[in-house]
Design a protein around this ligand. Structure first.
Ligand code: CA
Length: 232
């Protein structure tokens, strides 16, 4: 799955140019034309990276960034500035910008900065665009390399935990019963065929990937039915 990028910029030509260049590289791109719209999208859709112009009608880029970080978002943000005093502000205020570029800039320069930010934030999984990588918020599941990360943090799962996560995350929203999961795992490992076995593995999986295992945001319990991976 390609990385998703949000561009917050009111100048049509600038936004369009960046959008086109990013789409050529295979990224999924959304453009927001005001600070309010950008903040709303960034908060609810959790893009992998945000390109944020400072000068926007209404809420400016600094305020968008401040509020975005206040929600706990750790998505890399590249700020577009127009003047030196804005650069000073980006650096001086420590608002949580990851990089900045001063207008006018070349698209090639922007592209290399974006790739560097994605690599820094998501490690080598960021290069797997189009490969079998599942992302949800900051959780990354590399199906081919059987690797799991939260942001930059690698998470070690047992083979059974990985298989459960792989099945669930491959079809977000699809409910799997405990019986069904046992069937799917049967060929993989000789598990105790008691359905409660699945509960134990899911609980260990949650301990490792969820911030609060009692309030899971990735592997959800569907009462009376089983488990499902959260839909984006
Ligand atoms: Ca602008």
């Amino acid at each position: 799955m390609a990385a998703t990028i949000l561009i917050v910029e009111d100048e049509f030509a600038v936004a369009r140019g960046i959008q086109y260049a990013l789409q050529q590289e295979g990224y999924e791109v959304t453009v927001a034309r005001s600070g309010e719209e950008g903040l709303d999208f960034a908060t609810h859709q959790a893009p992998d990276l945000v390109v944020l112009d400072v000068r926007l009608p209404g809420m400016d880029g600094f305020e968008v960034l401040r509020r975005l970080r206040a929600t706990g978002s750790k998505a890399p943000v590249l700020v577009l500035t127009a003047r030196d005093d804005e650069v000073d502000k980006v650096i001086g205020l420590e608002l949580g910008a990851d990089d900045y570029l001063t207008k006018p800039f070349g698209l090639r320069e922007l592209m290399s900065r974006i790739k560097a930010l994605l690599r820094r934030a998501y490690g080598d999984l960021a290069d797997a665009a189009g490969g079998r990588v599942i992302r949800h918020l900051d959780l990354l599941i590399d199906l081919e390399r059987r690797r799991v990360q939260r942001g930059q943090r690698r998470i070690a799962l047992t083979a059974t935990e990985f298989e459960i996560l792989r099945h669930l995350a491959s079809r977000p929203g699809r409910v799997y019963s405990r019986r069904e999961l046992l069937e799917l795992l049967r060929d993989y490992e000789a598990l105790d065929q008691d359905e409660k076995t699945i509960n134990v593995h899911v609980s260990h999986l949650r301990e490792k990937i969820e911030d609060d295992p009692s309030l899971p945001v990735f592997v959800l319990t569907i009462r009376g039915a089983g488990y499902a991976f959260a839909e984006r």
